[in-house]
Design a protein around this ligand. Structure first.
Ligand code: F6R
Length: 620
């Protein structure tokens, strides 16, 4: 979604804004622009398309100044074009604004402002904000912004600049995130910390429904009644180098390879192998009490994080003996969910800012649930709204297609499930020890699984021209089939469906012919024999199988024909409760991520920034 950067300080704002926007590119965008105050005038430069186009405009008509705002736009109202690109200005060209979100009542406001003689230049909802704030301006941008927010409906993160106040930027937000970066004698705004890691690790997260003013040496935050709001400075430990490609061709590939580290760091310090228990004191007493009291778990998430929730359902029921369900966060509040008093809602979100997930959390809470967050971003909105947060330590995820954040989420949910299982008496100390020992081995097994990379790259040669794929899995592999299909379609634009293998004969079997690759997840475990029967059904109809199997599984290899492909991954055995395959998703997902990556690459796709997609989906 849209990215915002702002700067005020002694340096030239232009390169800081452009570099900041570059670091926000991963959020997804289709036009970009900046505005700076230069020689007492507002100067704007904008361009449709990628940042390179804006840079070309800046080369032909350079601009510099000590204060400015920049924006990457992901079009909602109005097509991606130079005139619709932000920043938007008021009629007198005194004020500019950048916006992330949607102003729902913009038509009503547009009518009101048009009646006063204002002529609109764009199709955007954001231009309304520029004219609205200008209509209230009487020498204080802070006061005019505060006044304007009372008229706005929708969700927004706004940063404004006025030529009459060349030493300060003003911002406000309701919904989409915004952070203040603190440098020496300089201050920044940005949609997320990633944009500013090269300048600072000191941040203040902008609270909702406040007006914030930054000057080179000052921050002022006031609430809707004009009262000063105290704020807390937070230090982000992410290393800026983690947000670089580190020799890999794409962030996605780097992040796939970082997964053993991401899972190890998420488990680190939380497992007590002696007692067979999990340590989660970091979540705070209120959260621990809510977990202990839980007699039902409701996962809430979107996209890949929803797949982590589906796996979490298996973990919770099999390891903790607690009933669990998983809802699309975007659907949850439209079905009048029945929430019993002991329900623990667990919101899973890499970014911690997904609008639908936040809305679902609020719905669960309003119906009496306690709420936990599993997120990769410390200080993000989900952490501020939940009773407690369990952080995944995947490090910054830049590739739009989620990979390392997913496996880190699965690791965090495994810890939560074992913790709950021990509290509920579903797991003895010995069972806990056994499970934790298996989890501790997972990063190494993931490392081994990554050795299939060259083979998968080679296989992609014969697969990238397919127009459809089917992914099949059973039990805990079913969410991995969904995830494999999602990864493939989002970055290669090839149609793919994930199905529980047993459902194939109830419909999708009609699709099978020699042109449809069927990716079957067949690690050893409960569903093994059954999914092998499904593979036979595919073969009997001329389908081509790509089998994900455990190393040395000659039995499957004998069933496969010359035209079929197989990828071997290590087995992840757990000798407890008859759930030996429960942690197998950590390794079976790896070849599917690599398959999506290499197929997309061969098809000539922009792997890190697939079309139409945004990394943080901050609108509903
Ligand atoms: C897919 C992907 C998305 C996200 C979804 C939720 O690769 O990344 O489906 O998983 O948009 O995002 P978060 O986890 O940030 O709430």
């Amino acid at each position: 979604m849209c990215g915002i950067v702002g700067y005020v300080g002694p340096k030239d704002a232009t390169p800081i804004l452009v570099e900041g926007l570059r670091r926000l590119e991963y959020r997804g965008y289709d036009s970009a622009g900046i505005a700076v105050i230069s020689g007492g005038r507002l100067e704007r430069r904008r361009a449709a398309g990628k940042l390179g186009n804006l840079e070309a405009v800046l080369r032909s008509t350079p601009v510099s100044g000590h204060i400015g705002i920049g924006h990457t736009r992901w079009a909602t109202h109005g097509r991606p074009s130079e005139e619709n690109a932000h920043p938007h200005a008021d009629a007198s060209r005194q004020l500019v604004v950048v916006h992330n979100g949607i102003i729902e009542n913009y038509l009503e406001l547009k009518e009101r402002l048009s009646a006063t003689g204002i002529v609109f230049e764009t199709e955007t909802d954001t231009e309304v904000v520029a004219h609205l704030v200008a209509s209230y301006y009487e020498g204080s941008l802070e006061a005019a912004t505060g006044r304007a927010t009372k008229d706005l409906r929708g969700i927004y993160s706004l940063v404004l600049m006025h030529v009459g106040e060349p030493g300060r930027l003003v911002a406000t937000r309701l919904g989409p995130p915004l952070v203040i970066g603190l440098g020496e004698g300089e201050r920044f705004f940005a949609s997320d910390v990633q944009a500013l890691l090269a300048h600072t690790r000191r941040f203040v997260f902008v609270p909702e429904q406040t007006v914030v003013v930054i000057e080179p040496d000052a921050i002022r935050i006031v609430d809707a009644q004009g009262r000063i709001v105290p704020f807390k400075e937070e230090t982000i430990t992410w290393d800026p180098v983690q947000a670089e490609k580190g020799g890999y061709r794409h962030f996605m590939l780097k992040e796939i390879h970082e997964q053993p580290r991401a899972v190890r760091d998420t488990l680190l310090g939380r497992m007590s192998l002696d007692t067979g228990d999990v340590r989660l004191e970091e979540m705070g007493a209120a959260a621990l009490e809510a977990i202990e009291k839980a007699d039902r778990v409701q996962f809430l998430a979107c996209g890949t994080s929803w797949h982590a929730g589906l796996i979490g359902q298996f973990f919770m029921e099999q390891l903790a003996g607690v009933p669990a369900s998983t809802d699309y966060a975007s659907e949850f509040r439209y079905r009048d969910p029945v929430i019993s008093p002991g329900t623990l809602a667990v919101a899973i979100s890499q970014s911690g800012e997904t609008a639908d997930t936040l809305a679902a959390m609020r719905e669960a809470r309003s119906r009496g649930a306690s709420v936990l967050a599993i997120t990769n971003v410390a200080g993000s909105q989900v952490t501020r709204e939940a009773d407690g947060a369990l952080l995944t330590h995947a490090g910054p995820e830049i590739g739009v297609a989620s990979t390392k954040a997913f496996t880190a989420q699965v690791a965090a949910i495994a810890l939560l499930s074992i913790f709950l299982g021990r509290r509920k008496g579903a797991l003895s100390a010995a069972a806990g020890r056994n499970l934790l020992a298996a989890l501790a081995r997972v990063p190494q097994l993931m490392d081994h699984a990554l050795s299939c990379a060259a083979l998968v790259e080679d296989m992609s040669r014969s697969l990238f021209k397919a127009t459809d794929f089917l992914f099949l899995g059973r039990g805990v592999q079913y969410p991995i089939a969904l995830e494999g299909a999602l990864k493939l379609k989002e970055i290669s634009y090839i149609h793919a469906e994930g199905y529980p293998a047993g459902e194939m004969k109830h419909g999708p079997i009609a699709l099978i012919d020699e042109s449809l690759p069927v990716v079957a997840l067949i690690p050893r475990g409960r569903g093994y024999e059954k999914i092998l029967s499904n593979v036979q059904e595919v073969k009997a109809r001329g389908g081509r199988v790509v089998a994900i199997i455990n190393r040395g599984d000659d039995h499957v290899r004998k069933i496969l024909g010359k035209e079929d492909l197989f990828i071997e991954v290590p087995g992840v055995e757990v000798d407890v409760l008859g759930v030996s395959e429960i942690f197998s998703p950590f390794v079976t997902v790896i070849p599917l991520q690599l398959l999506a990556y290499h197929v997309a690459l061969r098809a000539g796709r922009d792997v890190d920034q697939p079309r139409n997609l945004a990394k943080s989906v901050t609108v509903e």
